[in-house]
Design a protein around this ligand. Sequence first.
Ligand code: FES
Ligand SMILES: [Fe+2]
Length: 329
Amino acid sequence: MAAISPLPIRARSSLPTYPNGWFRVAASGDVVADAMFPVTYFGRHFIVFRAPDGSPRVADAYCPHLGAHLASHTGSLKDGTITCPFHRWQFETDGGACTKINYTKVIPPRARLKMYPAVEGNGMIMMWFHDQDAEPDHQPWIEPRLADEPWLSSEPMQWRMHAQQQEFMENIFDSAHILELHNSETLPRFVSCDDHGTGMTIILDIDVPDPEYPVSKCINHYSGISVTVQHNLSRTENFIAISFTPVDEETVEMNARIYFKDLGSDEANGVFGKMFTERWMFEVEQDLAILNHKKHLERPLLCAGDGPIMRWREYARRFYSESPAIAAE
Ligand code: FES
Ligand SMILES: [Fe+2]
């Protein structure tokens, strides 16, 4: 088949580019003491680092003095102090205040890094992003069992998606694609869909689990439209921490990691570990092959059996400063 020439997202979707909410900016293990971890999201540069007590911090990467990238050249973080490589202003890593300028005793009162709220959980560091700089109105769902119990984890998985942020998460509400695109033998049944304002918990039952994908119940905890923790149950269980963070106007980074119960033998772990991971990754690739070219239809033509897609869109629209209109034919 001939290749499709890509169209920019804005030509395929009228949804606002960046939603508001909590977004993964690093894996927990990426950010160590005494080091800045530079990242690019929302078309901007940020640095992720740890305060002296180990808690995560996210700041604009640019020095408030004359705009040097703090992690460029000889920029450093040592003993709780970030030193800019350009004129060597120093900033403390708890709140970002400037503490020293070598060539003056008068520190400008506004000399402070621009910090963003940050939390850690589900194996990742998340920052609060709001396009109008509003404070967080909720906290993300943190699955306590991931921190409290031992898990075998998959390798970290990452994809670059050329579709608007909310498209991938609409997937789970699109029941028909599970049969028709993923060739699943059974259709998950929506048991409940609990919308609690800034998050959503969706429970699905799968009556006859596919032997290659042995899940009989799937509980999804959504935080906004950017992070979800999926709890899959069968004879055993796993959690999948999934996140979507816009890199710029054309790219969304998807990250995922699967946490498995140790079943005590390589053979048993292989069935619900390696096999599950391979199947899950295969289905993500199938989804992306569609989503990277898909148009967001504001008025989709839905039929019986399509799943509660508009319920998802009703939920998703509240995470934009200007809510998009929603309607189905
Ligand atoms: S730009 Fe950072 S100290 Fe001047
Ligand atoms: Fe899918």
